[in-house]
Design a protein around this ligand. Structure first.
Ligand code: NI
Length: 262
């Protein structure tokens, strides 16, 4: 089965057809989805979806662009959610220097707090890092419990940075970008990375792969990502789907039988 390790179905862009779309996933080959919290509302939405669908799991955490919503009390709230049975990770958390705001020092503080929470509750982390490669690595070196594992979501750096995370046992989240013509750097990373460290992700509703680039994304598009990886690795697409399923289950410590294969 295909596992989508990173999607945002709580997003308003699914308000019209969320249930029909999600309910159709297993019979179309997508057997398990991890819905990832980004803000306060989206974290609540992710947990609610994990409670409504047997094949949906949740991650709880606050994205660097959403941290201005937070007060120290929110850490207790996150810790409470992290104890729920179908919450499998802390994320997405990290650093994003693409825009001027929020202030970088503030981003670092909340990143560190959430890394420390993950270490405390013993869950893997989902890392969002954009244009902040060195600061992300420095903070993780100081504050991440590497033994809990995690994934660098929408990996966007070069091979040298990839290698550092792979050496720590982390996974790389590969999504629609790998199908883009101009994604030379990511294609090289996929070619060089060991197959047992790659997981499929959409970041839906964002980052739809070719041939649907620019449209609303969904886990049904992951077949295009799997095909692109298969081509880069010289493998069958079925093999890519099988191995990435195992990898995703290892990353989030899901039982082998988790998910729904119809
Ligand atoms: Ni995301």
């Amino acid at each position: 089965m295909i596992i989508d390790t990173h999607a945002h179905y709580e997003d308003d862009r699914y308000n019209e057809d969320r249930d029909a779309l999600l309910s159709s996933m297993p019979r179309q080959g997508v057997g398990l989805i991890v819905d990832v919290g980004a803000g306060i509302r989206s974290t609540e939405g992710a947990v609610a979806l994990s409670e409504a669908y047997d094949f949906v799991y949740a991650s709880v955490g606050i994205h660097p662009e959403e941290i201005q919503q937070l007060t120290p009390g929110h850490m207790d709230w996150l810790e409470g959610l992290a104890a729920k049975e179908k919450v499998v990770a802390i994320g997405e958390i990290g650093l994003d220097y693409h825009y001027q705001e929020p202030d970088q020092e503030l981003q670092k503080q909340w990143f560190i707090r959430q890394l420390e929470l993950a270490a405390k509750v013993k869950l893997p982390v989902i890392i969002h890092s954009r244009q902040a490669a060195q600061d992300t690595l420095d903070i993780m070196t100081a504050h991440c419990d590497w033994a809990q594992g995690g994934v660098i979501h929408c990996f966007s750096y070069g091979w040298e940075m990839a290698r550092q995370y792979l050496e720590k046992g982390f996974y790389l989240g590969i999504g629609g970008v790998v199908t883009f013509k101009n994604s030379k750097k990511l294609k090289e990373v996929v070619r060089l990375a060991p197959m047992d460290k790659l997981v499929l992700e959409t970041d839906a509703p964002y980052l739809a792969p070719e041939p649907d680039r620019g449209k609303r994304n969904s886990s049904l598009e992951l077949i295009h990502v799997a095909k692109a990886i298969a081509e880069l690795k010289g493998m069958d697409v079925e093999e890519v789907i099988r191995i990435t399923e195992e990898n995703a289950k290892a990353l989030y410590r899901l039982p082998r039988q988790a998910g729904r294969s119809v």
